[in-house]
Design a protein around this ligand. Structure first.
Ligand code: 13P
Length: 394
């Protein structure tokens, strides 16, 4: 791997700003011993070129991410909704259905897996990672260790997982993962407190630096929860604050912006707000926020669905792609890609094929939305059903 080394050179004499004329500066330089200025390296590790390539390939036209990185507990909730027990066998069967869908790679460029899935194989012994590679889908891995209460905050939480992260990332890379995800949350009804925002941003930045150091493109996900009865303007305000802080700490940690992907929430009113916003309004506010906060060096914005219905998530994405954006604007949905699939499958082997077709329907709809060409025609009632649950935990 080529080692890219970018260095800021030490300031020369001309650099002593605000000292007036050249003659005066020369006089000063004769009498004052030269200031020693430390050479500061801008971080660029051994994986930099590969990170940039990985991020670009995930952010490729008409494609987005299939998020199936539910922890065992959350996957259990999914299985329970169709009357299945939360066993390793059932989790494997469900993930096999999703990951072996023929033709998935036309619309999906990356799949986020939970650790268990990264090491699993199909029932006839093919590694899931190889199934994905065959479809030119990058395998990704959830690396955070979940949310716990944040002492000293307003009932908010923080995300664990930095301990041992470097060695876990190195192992995941060996196993075939090429990108990572860390999801932390910010709650509008709880404040958010300055402490919770700072903690979320700092944790994301440390994780991003560690993931990059080990060859994984970090997906940076401060999810601003849909919970609350606030208006869209309030979400815009909080999202601007959160992303300002996230980018501040990403820069402080010398994260290579060309080698990250973002996973923001769309800017919407709170789920319990009296009025719903149209896809055009959501797109306008979301893009306004992103344009104010996200440098164009970032290759891709891969939205989460956050409890929107499958169709809402697709319509909103489509509205955001009606004119060119500085970044690839796409999807990284879990609930908004899996809902119909799960209901179609019902745990029956004879339903696998039709369930896979329903995954392709959703993946294709979002692919069209990424290209700004989705019309919403012919969608069934299931796709229109909202999935918001108050206080939902992943
Ligand atoms: P949803 O699309 O269900 O909000 O998924 C979010 C997520 O982070 C999964 O990786």
């Amino acid at each position: 791997m080529a080692m890219v080394s970018l260095k800021l050179s030490a300031p020369s004499s001309q650099w002593i700003a605000g000292e007036g004329s050249f003659a005066r500066r020369s006089r000063l330089l004769r009498t004052v011993p030269p200031r020693r200025v430390a050479v500061r390296s801008i971080r660029a590790g051994s994986y930099t070129d590969e990170l940039v390539q990985t991020a670009k390939s995930i952010a490729s036209p008409g494609r987005g991410i299939l998020a199936i990185d539910e922890s065992n507990a959350t996957c259990g909730k999914r299985l329970d909704s169709i009357g299945l027990d939360n066993t390793e066998e059932n989790r494997q069967a469900y993930r096999q259905l999703l990951l072996t869908t023929p033709g998935l790679g036309e619309y999906i460029s990356g799949a986020i897996l939970f650790e268990e899935t990264l090491y699993q194989s199909t029932t006839d012994g093919k590694k899931f990672v190889d199934c994905l590679r065959q479809e030119k889908i990058m395998p990704g891995i959830k690396v955070d260790k979940g949310l716990v209460p944040l002492p000293g905050s307003n009932n908010e939480s923080w995300c664990q997982g930095l301990d041992g992260l470097a060695s876990r990332c190195a192992e995941y890379y060996k196993q075939g993962a090429r990108f990572a995800k860390w999801r932390t949350v910010v709650s509008i009804p709880c404040g958010p407190s300055a402490l919770a925002v700072k903690e979320a941003a700092w944790g994301l930045a440390r994780y991003a630096a560690i993931a990059q150091d080990n060859g994984l493109v970090p997906i940076v996900e401060p999810e601003i929860l849909l919970d609350g009865d606030h208006a869209i303007e309030r979400t815009l305000e909080v999202a601007e604050k959160v992303w300002a802080e996230v980018f501040y700490y990403l820069a402080e940690n010398n994260v290579v912006f060309e080698g990250i992907l973002l996973k923001p929430s769309m800017v919407t009113p709170g789920a319990e707000h009296k009025e719903k916003a149209s896809p055009e309004t959501i797109a306008k506010c979301t893009l306004k926020m992103l344009k104010r906060r996200v440098p164009p060096a970032v290759p891709g914005i891969m939205f989460l669905s956050g409890g929107q219905s499958e169709m809402e998530a697709t319509l909103n994405l489509n509205a955001m792609n009606q004119s060119p954006n500085p970044w690839h604007v796409s999807f990284s949905y879990a609930r908004a890609l899996q809902n119909t699939v799960l209901k179609t499958w019902q745990g029956c082997p004879e339903n696998v094929e039709v369930a896979q077709k329903s995954l392709l329907v959703r993946a294709k709809a979002n692919s069209l939305a990424q290209l700004g060409r989705y019309s919403g025609e012919g969608e069934n009632e299931e796709a229109k059903a909202g999935m918001f649950q108050k206080g939902y935990t992943y």
